[in-house]
Design a protein around this ligand. Structure first.
Ligand code: AMP
Ligand code: GLY
Length: 449
């Protein structure tokens, strides 16, 4: 088989690595890929002239898949999905893992996804949406006039602490959520999003949402829904660590590392998740007549073993995928084939855990340095039982890499338990060096966000 993976990050490197292990696979093309996918056995980067998210990029990818007779395409990031790449491929008779444009709104429009959650009873934070700045401002003023512990008209189910969560409606590459502590912060955020259009069209409408306290868990799942039937098969849990520094301090990032599974996601909470989030989501997809063959990501807040859905993403998480993929004790190509055929599939997971801390460039998440040579002691990395999934680095000659992005790579290590995975991951991290390299030392060490 020939497989095409679309994307250029660490998630796509992990996917390509896992797919290339299938004995059914001859070649995995990665468009556009990165320095890590280029070096991977049986993988080949496909340089692109257009942005994969643009209409031109979709056409280019479709022509490539037709020309190369690609048997299966897997889409990594959300932007091409929101742009309808899956519809384009299906229209050309090409097998693709990823929802079409309509279902992709579960991620691309927070207002669509919130309306879906409310209609089908998916447990989530209460929220109201606004397209008018003055009305949004008035709502925030009323909210804060109630003081801490209460909120205007919304509920305190999971421990509202007075903060107000402000979300831009559209895709905002992780920058669209502001947690305002007081009215002045809320007003400033609303003015920036709605008046100054700091995130462009994404701020044309905003959601004001109650703050939920708790611990966050990421659950990804395989979805195959068509013709009024189908399934959602949840994977084992994972957790991203968003803050730049140890102890969950410092600015938010695209993810400083992930673990899988999450040790504090209890069986009771998992049962609640299945009942309160997965089941109504599946019912809703079927009732709405959505066609969905792809992955879904549930961003969950757990409070007192009750689960609240923060968001859907219509794809796998990054860097959660880098932690999840080494635990897959099944052929990912077989899972994709089952999803496409609407056939059931039995997921099997390795016992044990994965820890996957991320190395970033100096300055990240602000302006960061680029172009540094990365030295990897491959023998030491292997001895640690760790694998480097490359995100922001390009090939520099046949055997070396240079940094190009803020999040440079994840070191992903398996262990029979969480402590062993932690030790192996940081032994692996010690085998890698580049100028300005930074990473958190506490991914998988403590139960923290
Ligand atoms: P989202 O893009 O909706 O997942 O939001 C990004 C991050 O903001 C989440 O991962 C949470 O850490 C935080 N967040 C979003 N909504 C809420 C909420 N209602 N209460 C508390 N934190 C939230
Ligand atoms: N790690 C969260 C995401 O991929 O959106």
């Amino acid at each position: 088989m020939k497989i095409l993976v679309v994307g250029s990050g660490g998630r796509e490197h992990a996917l390509a690595w896992k797919l290339a292990q299938s004995e059914k696979v001859q070649r995995v093309f990665v468009a556009p890929g990165n320095g890590g996918t280029q070096a991977e056995a049986r993988c080949e980067n496909v340089p692109m002239t257009a942005d994969p998210a643009s209409a031109g990029g979709q056409e280019e990818l479709k022509q490539f898949a037709l020309r190369e007779k690609v048997d299966l395409t897997v889409i990594g990031p959300e932007v091409p999905l929101a742009g309808g790449i899956a519809d384009t491929f299906r229209g050309a008779g090409l097998a693709i893992i990823g929802p079409g444009r309509q279902a992709a709104q579960l991620e691309s429009s927070k207002i669509y996804s919130k309306a879906f959650m409310a209609k089908y009873g998916v447990r989530a934070a209460k929220s109201s949406n606004f397209t008018d700045f003055d009305k949004a401002r008035a709502f925030a003023a009323e909210h804060f006039s109630f003081g801490a512990g209460e909120s205007a008209g919304s509920c305190a189910a999971a421990g509202a602490l007075g903060q107000l969560v402000i979300k831009a409606d559209g895709l905002a590459a992780g920058k669209g959520v502001i947690i305002a502590q007081d009215f002045a912060e809320a007003e400033a955020a609303l003015a920036s999003l709605m008046r100054d259009k700091s995130l462009g069209d994404a701020g044309d409408s905003v959601l004001l949402e109650e703050f939920l306290a708790g611990t966050e868990v990421s659950v990804m799942a395989a979805v195959s829904v068509a013709d009024g039937k189908g399934y959602i098969l949840p994977f084992i849990s994972a957790r991203d660590h968003k803050r730049r520094f140890e102890g969950a301090r410092g600015p938010n990032t695209g993810g400083m590392g992930a673990i899988a599974p999450v040790p504090d996601f209890s069986q009771t909470a998992q049962n609640d998740f299945a009942r309160s989030i997965v089941e109504p989501t599946l019912r809703g997809m079927i009732a709405e007549g959505l066609e969905y063959c792809g992955f879904i990501f549930f961003g969950v807040m757990v409070h007192d073993e009750r689960c609240y859905l923060l968001e859907y993403n219509v794809r796998l998480g990054d860097p959660e995928t880098q932690a999840l993929v080494p635990l897959m004790d099944f052929d990912l190509v077989d899972l994709c084939a089952a999803m496409l055929a609407g056939k059931d599939f039995s997921l099997k997971w390795k016992p044990g855990a994965v820890c996957a801390p991320v190395a970033v460039a100096d300055g990240y998440p602000g302006p960061y340095r680029k172009g540094d040579a990365i030295a990897i002691d491959a023998a030491a990395l292997e001895a640690a039982g760790a694998k480097a999934f490359i995100a922001g680095a390009a090939a520099d000659g046949a055997a070396s890499l240079r940094t190009t992005g803020g999040r440079v790579l994840a070191v992903s290590a398996y262990g029979p338990n969480a402590d062993a995975a932690y030790a192996a991951a940081y032994r692996g991290m010690a085998a890698i060096r580049f100028d300005g390299m930074g990473y958190r030392t506490d991914i998988g060490k403590e139960i923290i966000r």
